[in-house]
Structures are given as structure tokens and as C-alpha cells.
Ligand binder design. Structure first.
Ligand code: ADP
Ligand code: ZN
Length: 359
């Protein structure tokens, strides 16, 4: 495997980013003197598809493994409790490493467990979805869901290292690829326009050349970690990461998280946000997104007649101040800005436009 120098971004709590390393190199980072057996928390699908690689990556008898049933349903207090019980059922010390191997669900859940066990165990992330690599494994957020809402219980807790092994992506289902691609396209619009073409080229398996994939992941990780380092606590710049998300969250909520996944909702949301940007005279194009329309194939038929409900949901978004809607727009490709929008008709029109072009 082509080795690249590890990105060393000490600004965000000395978390090290081991880019494009093989999984077995993680042990050198995680093993410590007298640390007991490391705890692996692994997504069930990932374990099924990569069992040998995972087992061979750690010395005999050096780890014990907790399997997380795949899916968002595992991000709850019951599963958190089970990980805690599992951790205490074997040798556990304050320096026992906890290694999360999986997508965002596993990372958020295991990260929350690591942050709460004995006031914090050393945490290592091995993201196995494109979405987790370019988004959730960077930035130090952990969490579980509650009946009150998604990610309503959680902590800011930085891993000691994040290891990116692209071999995991070989088994990632196509729909999950597109989910991650939405965030890459987002980075293209808010920071690095070159990513727009590069990301689009990854939409189909035939375009997934290793160098292209690595470039896209590395640049995305840099953008997210730079933004997070500049603004670790959710004000200012971190809001840029919400480009397409205020619209997208409304669609996910209306859909009850059933037919449309996060990346698909954000994809539609970015088209709407670009419409609003153009309304204010900014010269920006949604063409890079619309080219991927046949790849995404959004299941929006049930929602095209429910635009008013979407607008109402947007006004309830927790990130809004007062009645106005705070939206991330772009004044050019790679140039984000925050706008306070009071014109509900404009938001309506943006949804109508997005649904129209996606139909
Ligand atoms: P995300 O990373 O998109 O937030 P999840 O953690 O739910 O979300 O992962 C999405 C789905 O992909 C889950 O069904 C998970 O089991 C599966 N998955 C994760 N990584 C891989 C992989 N490398 N190969 C195959 N399936 C994977
Ligand atoms: Zn997102």
C-alpha cells in the first residue's frame, strides 16, 4: 500500500490522523504498558466482511471484541450500557485503549462509551464508511440518541488517533458511498471547489482510483479539522459545516429517517441552499450536483406536496435564533457565508425548485 506521511494536526487536542495506513499499524499507536487488553467495538457488518484482517491486525490475546448490531438503532443507552458491562467484564484500567471500527454509528456510540468509562479511556477511531472518514470521525463529537431526539446525549471527546484504511471501503454498499460523497461535495462548496469534480468522479465504482480517493479523503479531513480546530465549540466557522443541512434535516425529519438517508437529504438540501444563494445574486451553480442525479435517485415523491411542512420544520431547527432561519449560503464556490432569512416564501421556492430538478 502507498504510504503517505501522517497528518499531524495537534491543534485539535493532539489527535493524530494516520492517513492511509493499514489497520495493523494501529497497534503501535494504541498499545501502552500495563494497559490490559484493548477493547474493540466493531460494527457487525464490518466484522463479517473483514474478520480476518481485523483479527490479524492485533497480537494474539491483546484485544477483546464487542460487536455492535448494524444500524442507527444501536445508538442508544441500552447499547452504551452493554459496552460498559462488557468493558468491566474483563481487565480494565484507566489506560485501556478503546478502538472503534465501523461507521458513524459505531464511532459515536463507542466514543461516548470511551468518554464516560472511568472518566475517559484512550480512544482510537477506525472509520470504515466514507461518511465517517470525511465527517464523523473528525471533530471529537460522540453521542447516542434519545426519544427526545438524535444525538441528544453526548460529549466532546477527542480520539488519540484516527486511522484511515481505505481497504475497508471495498465492501461499502453504493448507497453508503453516496452518503459520504454528499459531505465531500459540501466541502467543495464551502472550501475547495476542486473537490466538486473529484467527488463526482467517485460516484461510480469505475471512477474510484486509489489516488483520487485518497486525495478526496485527505482534503476533506483537512477542511473539517481546520474548521473544528478554529472553532471547537459550534459557533462561527463550525456553522459552515451545516451547508445543505438545515434544508436536509427538515427532509430527514419529515421522512422520519425512513426512506431518505442523511447524505441524500443533504444532497437535496445543497441544491435548495444554492437556489437561495443565487436569489441573493451570488454566481453559483448546482450543475456539479445535478450531474449526479441518476446516481442519487432520491425517493421524494411523497414530499413534493409537503413543502410548507418542510419550511415549518426548518423554523424549528435548534440552530436558529429567534424566528429567522440561519442558513449557510455560498457567495462563490468555496466561499461560505451565514445569512439570516425571514422570507418563508423564498424557502418554499427553494424546495419547489429542488424537487422540480430532482423529479
Ligand atoms: P454512517 O457511517 O453512514 O454514519 P453507519 O455506521 O450506520 O453509518 O454505517 C452505514 C452502514 O454501512 C451500516 O449498515 C454498516 O453496517 C455498514 N458498513 C460500515 N462500514 C462498512 C464497510 N466497510 N463495508 C460494508 N458495510 C459497512
Ligand atoms: Zn452531514
Amino acid at each position: 500500500m502507498l504510504r503517505m506521511p501522517s497528518l499531524n494536526i495537534t491543534d485539535i487536542h493532539e489527535c493524530r490522523f494516520l492517513l492511509f495506513d493499514d489497520l495493523h499499524l494501529l497497534w503501535g499507536q494504541a498499545a501502552g504498558a500495563e494497559s490490559g487488553k484493548a477493547i474493540l467495538v466493531v460494527d457487525g457488518n464490518v466484522l463479517a466482511a473483514h474478520r480476518d484482517r481485523i483479527e490479524n491486525a492485533f497480537p494474539d490475546d491483546s484485544v477483546r471484541c464487542f460487536e455492535v448490531p448494524p444500524g442507527e438503532g444501536s445508538k442508544n443507552s441500552d447499547m452504551w450500557n452493554r459496552i460498559i458491562d462488557f468493558a468491566f467484564s474483563g481487565p480494565l484500567r484507566r489506560n485501556t485503549p478503546l478502538i472503534a471500527i465501523g461507521g458513524g454509528v459505531t464511532g459515536d456510540l463507542a466514543g461516548f462509551a470511551a468518554s464516560t468509562l472511568m472518566r475517559g479511556l484512550p480512544l482510537f477511531h477506525v472509520p470504515t464508511t466514507l461518511l465517517a472518514m470525511v465527517d464523523s470521525a473528525v471533530g471529537g463529537k460522540t453521542g447516542i440518541n434519545h426519544t427526545f431526539g438524535k444525538n441528544t446525549i453526548g460529549t466532546f471527546y477527542h480520539p488519540q488517533a484516527v486511522l484511515f484504511d481505505t481497504a475497508f471501503l471495498e465492501t461499502l454498499p453504493q448507497r453508503e458511498w453516496l452518503c459520504g460523497l454528499s459531505e465531500v461535495l459540501k466541502y467543495g462548496y464551502i472550501s475547495d471547489p476542486e473537490l466538486l469534480d473529484k467527488a463526482a468522479a467517485l460516484a461510480e465504482p469505475s471512477g474510484r482510483f486509489p489516488e483520487r480517493l485518497r486525495l478526496v479523503i485527505e482534503r476533506s479531513v483537512r477542511i473539517k479539522s481546520d474548521i473544528v480546530a478554529a472553532d471547537a465549540r459550534e459557533a462561527g466557522k463550525r456553522a459552515w459545516l451545516n451547508f445543505g443541512h438545515t434544508f436536509g434535516h427538515a427532509l430527514e425529519t419529515l421522512d422520519n429517517y425512513r426512506n431518505i438517508n442523511h447524505g441524500e437529504a443533504v444532497y437535496a438540501g445543497m441544491i435548495a441552499a444554492l437556489f437561495v444563494s443565487r436569489h441573493f445574486g451570488h454566481e453559483v451553480s448546482d450543475e456539479p450536483l445535478l450531474e449526479l442525479k441518476t446516481n442519487y435517485r432520491l425517493d421524494i415523491d411523497a414530499y413534493t406536496s409537503r413543502v410548507d411542512e418542510l419550511v415549518t420544520l426548518m423554523t424549528h431547527d435548534k440552530k436558529n435564533r429567534d424566528q429567522d432561519i440561519r442558513l449557510v449560503l455560498v457567495s462563490g464556490h468555496g466561499k461560505p457565508l451565514i445569512a439570516s432569512i425571514s422570507d418563508k416564501t423564498l424557502l418554499r421556492d427553494a424546495w419547489i425548485y429542488a424537487f422540480d430538478v430532482l423529479a
